[in-house]
Design a protein around this ligand. Structure first.
Ligand code: NAP
Length: 314
């Protein structure tokens, strides 16, 4: 089978397509003939050996996929590595049937970003109808999903991103207020556009944007830290948290899944219904053939992706 292989850690350009033997299927496992595989920011970190878990060399990167089982059923799912290949073998429990009417690219792009955003909004922040939601990295995978799903929950969404193109995508998915953080001071922009303050901040970026966003919260507001795509883990002065009675929250998929199995199951069922209803559809900003997997990873590494980037096979 053809697969995008990483034989030494480094930038995305170390990933190259080669011919590999088909993976063997063990007990309790299934083989998926991959039709589409979406790129996630951690894929870039895993290739660079900068992720919290290490993939032993050589390996095939790629962590979310849609494809066909040996028995013909269409499924989608996620894995640690292996998805940028014509075939991936995963545990039976790691795949879910693709609902009728949902195409492979959409199914591949749906899993990580939308699930993250939905668990964050539904369970971590309990976002309510009419609340003011601020989303950082609003043109990225998790950010755009949070914009879309925040609007579905009835919040008024402020999208913060670095370009007009990213903000246009956020607007098309329901953002009411658009802020380009490269155009000036984010703290002032948020104060001007949200004079009454915000209720919830979702932060998948970190770095220098986190503190001004946290300062936009009104009394009792909720700030949820989801990731550090900006490369820097922010240090927040805790007096800000004290003065406004802010709730500082965090979300990490694996620990959430382990500790909140009932909420996880409820949220995932709700989200699948939203997918089928066309209300939780990922925005796919770019697709690449398998041969160009390195370019797909580079787009995400550069923070230039709009919504999801998908590698297509088949
Ligand atoms: N906690 C969890 O369970 C969980 C689950 C999924 C993802 N995550 C994390 O959430 C973060 C965002 O994931 P994503 O899939 O939304 O990523 P993404 O699509 O690449 O979006 C990340 C956004 O971060 C901003 N950014 C700023 N500096 C950047 C840089 N140097 N490189 C890349 N992006 C930069 C960009 O927004 P602007 O250009 O608009 O500033 C970009 O759109 C990642 O750190 C990921 O690991 C965590």
């Amino acid at each position: 089978m053809r697969a995008a292989v990483c034989r030494s850690y480094g930038p995305p350009s170390v990933v190259a397509v080669e011919e590999l033997p088909s993976p063997t299927v063990g007990p309790g496992e299934v083989r998926v003939r991959v039709q589409a595989a979406a790129v996630n920011f951690p894929d870039v970190l895993i290739v660079a050996d900068q992720y919290q878990m290490k993939a032993e060399l050589p390996f095939v990167p790629g962590s979310e996929f849609a494809g066909v089982l040996d028995d013909g059923r269409r499924v989608f799912g996620s894995t640690f590595v292996g998805a940028f290949a014509e075939e991936v073998v995963v545990a039976e429990g790691a795949v879910t049937p693709i609902p009728d009417g949902v195409d492979d690219v959409t199914a591949a792009a749906f899993g990580v970003a939308h699930r993250t955003a939905w668990h964050v909004l539904r369970s971590v922040t309990s976002l309510q109808d009419g609340e003011e939601l601020v989303v950082l990295g609003a043109g990225g995978g998790v950010g755009l999903a949070a914009v879309q799903l925040g609007a579905v929950l009835g919040a008024r969404v402020t999208a913060v991103a670095s370009s007009a193109e990213k903000l246009a995508a956020a607007e098309s998915l329901g953002a009411a207020v658009l802020i380009d953080h490269t155009a000036g001071d984010l703290r002032s922009a948020l104060r001007e556009r949200l004079p009454e303050g915000s209720d919830v901040v979702v932060d998948p970026v970190g770095g220098a944007l986190a503190e001004p966003a946290l300062r936009s919260l009104r009394y009792g507001g909720r700030f949820v830290t989801v990731g550090y795509a900006g490369g820097e883990i922010p240090r927040i002065p805790l007096n800000l948290v004290m003065l406004k009675g802010i709730q500082l929250l965090g979300f990490q998929f694996l620990t959430f899944a382990l500790n909140e199995p009932e909420a996880l199951a409820r949220n995932e069922a709700e989200l699948l219904e939203l997918l089928v209803a066309g209300k939780a559809v990922p925005h796919v900003g770019a697709t690449f053939p398998l041969e160009e997997t390195a370019a797909a990873l580079q787009l995400v590494a550069d923070g230039q992706a709009i919504g999801k980037v998908v590698v297509t096979l088949g």
